[in-house]
Design a protein around this ligand. Structure first.
Ligand SMILES: [Zn+2]
Length: 236
């Protein structure tokens, strides 16, 4: 039969593994958030592009309406030409037609520029959409990998907890309670090795007399400073 000390050493090894695996599981949501970050950024960039394109399309519609009005105006002006009587009136009329046409050309140029801008926005949006698609694939792959990791970790936890249960059954209540209270107050390390007369839990030098006792690995001896349960592994 194993001594209580041997059982405690094993229990500590198992609990250290359990803590480590639980830490890994706890880190997973952050891992997912980090993996999703570039995707989220690209998605919000796309939304901004869409908003900009919508605004500029509205501008185009406004300009086109203006253009229609000017065309209408020009048509009416030209239709009135035959009604003009005097030369002076005729000169003024021609001037008005000319300035309306100028305005019309200016508007047409503006609309062309706007169309080019819309085209650029559309291309940028297409690029962003492609990027989003590839980022989504990446995130999905990462999530799939992480899910496998979680299920692997959980399986390992189940088997560790089973082993733990068997050890705990063999311990008496007093020893187990001591162990658990040390686990809680000493950051998850209740059983510490003594190496070259130093407690590996708190780095305190162990008095020679006590060291001799610890080296026997027979009884439960606690560190005078941190109260962790001490054991000796040997020089190898
Ligand atoms: Zn100590």
């Amino acid at each position: 039969m194993e001594s209580h000390l041997e059982l405690l050493i094993k229990l500590q090894q198992i609990d250290t593994l359990i803590l480590r695996k639980q830490l890994l599981i706890n880190e997973i949501p952050l891992k997912i958030t980090n993996a999703e970050l570039p995707l989220k950024e690209e998605e919000s960039a796309l939304i901004k592009l869409k908003q900009k394109r919508e605004a500029i399309e509205k501008k185009r519609r406004d300009k086109e309406r203006e253009l229609d009005d000017l065309n209408e105006k020009l048509k009416k002006l030209k239709a009135r030409t035959s009604e003009i009587k005097t030369n002076k009136e005729y000169q003024a009329h021609l001037k008005e037609i000319e300035s309306t046409e100028k305005e019309l050309y200016r508007l047409e140029d503006e609309i062309l520029i706007i169309m080019e801008e819309i085209e650029t926005f559309s291309q940028d949006m297409k690029l962003a959409e492609e990027k989003i698609k590839s980022l989504k694939n990446k995130v999905d792959a990462i999530k799939e990998k992480i899910e496998k990791e979680i299920s692997e970790l959980q399986k390992e936890l189940v088997s560790l907890k089973e082993k733990r249960g068997k050890i705990v059954e063999s311990l008496n209540m007093e020893t187990y309670n001591l162990y658990m209270s040390l686990m809680e107050s000493r950051g998850g390390l209740a059983v510490a090795e003594v190496k070259e007369e130093v407690c590996q839990g708190c780095n305190m030098n162990i008095p020679p007399q006590l060291y001799v006792e610890i080296k026997k690995n027979e009884e439960i001896i606690q560190c005078p400073q941190c109260h962790r349960i001490l054991y000796y592994k040997g020089t190898t």
